[in-house]
Design a protein around this ligand. Sequence first.
Ligand code: ATP
Length: 380
Amino acid sequence: MSQPVRIRGLEVAYAARKHDPVVAVNGVDIEIASGAFGVLLGPSGCGKSTILNTIAGLVTPTGGTITVGDKVLYDKARGVNLKPEDRQLGMVFQSYALWPHMTVFDNVAFPLRRNKLPRAEIAPRVHEILRLVRCQDYAKRYPHELSGGQQQRIALARTLVGRPSVILFDEPLSNLDAELRLELRDELALLHAEIGFTGVYVTHDQAEAYGLADVLLVLREGKVEQIGSPSEVYHQPGSEYVASFLGANSWAGSFVGVENEYALVESEFGLIRSAGTPEGLSKGADAVVTAYPERIGLERDPDGEGVVLSKRFAGAAVELTVVRDGRDSQLRIRRAVQLVNVDPGDRVRLVIEPGDARIYPGDPTHAGDHKIRPTAVTAA
Ligand SMILES: Nc1ncnc2c1ncn2[C@@H]1O[C@H](COP(=O)(O)OP(=O)(O)OP(=O)(O)O)[C@@H](O)[C@H]1O
């Protein structure tokens, strides 16, 4: 039976001897419905693991409440703080943490034996769960005789076998290579649909988040910046920070006004029309434009503001970098091969449908800058 997870007003400050306390979580409310998969997404240091660890009972908050179903795990005001072992939650970490001296069967059976399940019930449960994670043939092997992906499947099986109502995942796939990560992500989504636990999943990987989340929570410096379905958050980022973290380009401009229902911004890369109605912008105010790399077209134009710095083959798509002379601003563009007829060195103007450009007040945050950008190559 899955259970809902409710977090209210969560605060965590890590005490430090030599400097002020580090406020890692600063008033967070989270609600994950029973049986849903909630994914916490955000850059390194935004507090994702800390939140997960407070649910697990491994970190003690400085304020707020955490409940699972009717069970209060933590309540600062009432002095409740259950021990990790009394919370009855499943956890899957980045490191597989399997017992090296035990076979796969014994590793998976371990939680059942610890809970003194009758012997006759253990073997069928273990075999059933090994079948679900597609590792039924490895029951007699030891962890070192398995690949990383297989070890993580066993770690997952060991968690699932106890039938926890809530499972906490801390970047469980990040030790695996990209292809295997996607494969295991899809298997996990299927297992979730089949078994029906409530999942709380921490990652900084968008593809993982999109593929798993019923509800996506984007975090920023210890706070929740946006909550929604992956599609809502992707298509309607609530802030430039979210858009940028999800991979959109951001560049600076100044708000001109609204004309024929389009918001106009005079930007570093020319005049941009946006279908969104910006809030909190007055004429002449600093504005940021965002657009995803897939949604920016280019046309050769001797008067254009941009110059193509690089163009790289990327299978069915082409990846380009466009810069503005004399400025740091750089755009990443990814278009289908047949849509690109510009080359490095060309002067270009941007072609963006109003529905693909979004405008926010302020300056770019560069929240997505930790991501790998295409590196410049010289013109062929
Ligand atoms: N034990 C600790 N003592 C002091 N500060 C800590 C401690 N653990 C984490 N922090 C700080 O709290 C903040 C949030 O850390 P946390 O590990 O929750 O972030 P994260 O989003 O999970 O990052 P990552 O993706 O890199 O794991 C960071 O500023 C971090 O330096």
